[in-house]
Design a protein around this ligand. Structure first.
Ligand code: PMP
Length: 361
């Protein structure tokens, strides 16, 4: 069999591993921060109708500018955001890829503060840029001073700030985001994939958009919106940023079916988001109960929790797996990450954690 090494692939891709979170049939899947609740029936019925309406027109290419979808996304975001400020693609991964294609690329650099989302270095590699992971403060926090210092030192062409941060759950203050914007001449992407789970009263970086043309706020329907399978990510920014990504997007990159499915779900955004409070309750329960078992739990503004004090994370991951519970070993020493599931799933996880902890020598 031919090995990858024998193919004439780009030198800078040799030896890399693809993104590969396990996708397995288990009793409790709490490893990729999905929403555990299915699409509600009334929404599913409406989405099917929307797709049925789009279907006869599939002989034609879809609306390349996905105008209706952008209007619905702008309406969902509020903050006075208009459709010309919104862009969408197949998941926020593709949104980030398009942004890096146009603002990074060969000879340029991308920076973020680690530990953070594992796709940032891979997306950076894919566009031939250099990735730099700067350090956070204690407990994965990021102060305006620390952000400013690292940006001034490395002067990245693109800076990605993930808030709330995957995998730590840490939210950034608007002061830190403002300081980062002021310190860079490049593009600042704030990845708000998990923002709908943030505590009440915590602001979104959308508030900072007016007057900041180099700021991009990236979002997704994959998490709080319970629509990961539909593959719809989007961003809000100055309209000039949408002009920029038009230079690199593939023509008709959002299929008519994707557009119909996303529009249909946005018509029912309150129903789609109706489980967010339940998930936040389970998140808070994870924080309290994992700590009660003696682990170090990091504050989370997201739908997952990072906990430390695990003697052997890989071994503990295996212990859960043996019980048909899939969690995430994200490679942070002594730590594991778990997603808030339904109440029942969270109970199964916590019972297993208690059992594993008590069985420790
Ligand atoms: N950003 C962050 C921080 C994520 O954790 C994820 C998914 N794990 C994404 C972006 C990508 O999500 P999607 O492509 O499904 O929108």
């Amino acid at each position: 069999m031919t090995s990858l090494d024998e193919l004439p692939i780009r030198d800078d891709l040799r030896g890399l591993s693809p993104y590969g979170a396990p996708q397995e049939q288990v009793r409790v899947s709490i490893n990729v921060n999905e929403n555990p609740y299915p699409v509600p029936e009334e929404v599913a019925t409406h989405v099917i109708q929307q797709i049925a309406l789009a279907l006869p027109g599939l002989n034609r290419y879809p609306d390349r500018e996905f105008v209706e979808l952008r209007e619905k996304l702008a309406n969902y975001l509020g903050h006075g955001i208009t459709a010309d400020q919104v862009w969408a693609a197949n998941g926020s991964n593709e949104v980030l890829q398009q942004l890096l294609q146009v603002f990074a690329g060969p000879g340029r650099s991308v920076m973020s503060f680690g530990p953070t989302y594992s796709m940032y270095p891979l997306l950076t590699q894919g566009v031939g840029s250099t990735y730099f992971m700067a350090e956070r403060d204690a407990d994965f926090e990021l102060s305006p001073e620390t952000a400013r210092r690292a940006i001034e030192e490395h002067q990245p062409d693109v800076l990605i700030l993930c808030s709330p941060n995957n995998p730590t759950g840490t939210a950034l203050s608007l002061e830190t985001i403002e300081a980062a914007y002021d310190a860079t001449e490049g593009i600042l992407i704030v990845d708000e994939a998990y923002t709908e789970f943030r505590p009440d009263g915590m602001p979104s970086a959308l508030e900072l958009l007016p007057g900041r043309p180099r700021l991009v706020v990236s979002r997704t329907m994959s998490k709080a919106f319970a629509y990961a399978g539909a593959r719809l990510g989007y961003f809000a920014a100055d309209p000039v940023i949408t002009d920029a990504v038009r230079l690199v997007r593939l023509p008709y990159h959002l299929s008519a079916i994707t557009q119909a499915a996303a529009c249909g779900a946005l018509d029912y955004s309150d129903v789609m988001l109706s489980q967010v409070d339940l998930i936040r309750t389970q998140r808070d329960r994870l924080v309290t109960e994992i700590a009660a078992l003696g682990y170090r739990v990091y504050p989370s503004a997201s739908n997952f929790v990072l906990f430390g004090g695990v003697a052997n994370p890989h071994e503990m991951f295996e212990e859960f797996y043996r019980r048909s519970i899939l969690i995430r070993d994200i490679g942070i020493p002594g730590c594991l990450r778990v997603t808030a599931g339904t109440e029942e799933e969270t109970t199964l996880f916590l019972d297993a954690l208690a059992e594993i902890t008590l069985a420790r020598p």
